[in-house]
Design a protein around this ligand. Structure first.
Ligand code: GAR
Length: 231
């Protein structure tokens, strides 16, 4: 879980080898690729895998010379069989850290155990609130004043693994699902590369279910955000 293997004894840690799982647009994959290309993240996307052959994310990968594969879940009799195929493909590409980026399949223990502590996921809510599908709609219907997004290590439940990083997004009174989802998405694109960087730098450590982050700068103290803003 501390990541960036093989770098004991100082010096920069090697680029982390990523395998990205996705089912749709792949804008988080794009944010990760952009961070790598801009020198903000020492990582290499070894493969992008989708369970849906037409996922736009696969095209994004190909455009950047990244191998893009489809493993269609409909071709498998069980979740476990599908996951065994995923594990084999990820290993064939020498993947160290698995990044779920809009991958709309629950992972079975087959995957979670094969890459124990080495699978991240992103969820468009402040976990543990609003797990599962339609997180943005759930937040609006509940009437929360803040939502956001969470990057976490995948465990065997739904969106309930140890939290690596979160970003808070205020809910505006006029928000519909599209507007709030767009602002959360924008924060996801900053948050995911950051979480992967912390892993690559070997700064994440698991203490029970709590992820400790080493060598953090002192927290800024702007005062607690309040929504609606006090007059
Ligand atoms: C993201 O908003 C991510 O948080 C969500 O799917 C979207 C994928 O966007 N994931 C979940 O809801 C998982 N429970 P993208 O394909 O543009 O990266």
């Amino acid at each position: 879980m501390s990541g960036g293997s093989g770098a004991a004894g100082g010096g920069p840690r090697p680029a982390v080898k990523l395998g990205v799982l996705l089912s749709g647009e792949g804008t988080n994959l794009q944010a990760i690729i952009d961070a790598i290309e801009r020198g903000r993240l020492r990582a290499e996307v070894r493969v992008a895998i989708s369970n849906k052959p037409r996922a736009r994310g696969l095209e994004r990968a190909r455009r950047h010379g990244i191998p893009a594969e489809t493993i269609d879940h409909r071709g498998f009799a069980s979740r476990e069989e599908f996951d065994r195929a995923l594990v084999a493909a990820l290993r064939a590409h020498d993947v160290e850290l698995v990044i779920c980026a809009g991958f709309m399949r629950l992972l079975s223990p087959v995957m979670v155990r094969a890459f124990h502590g080495r699978i991240m996921n992103i969820h468009p809510a402040l976990c543990p609130a609003f797990p599962g599908v339609d997180a943005v709609r759930q937040a609006l219907e509940y009437g929360v004043r803040f939502s956001g997004c969470t990057v976490f290590f995948v465990a065997e439940g739904v969106d309930d693994g140890p939290i690596i990083a979160q970003a808070v997004v205020p809910v505006d009174p006029n928000d519909d699902e599209t507007a709030l989802a767009a602002r959360i998405h924008a924060e996801e694109h900053r948050l995911y590369p950051l979480a992967i960087r912390l892993y690559q730098e070997g700064r994440l450590e698991l203490d029970g279910r709590v992820v400790r982050v080493r060598d953090l700068p002192p927290p800024a103290t702007p005062g607690a955000p309040i929504n609606p803003r006090p007059e």
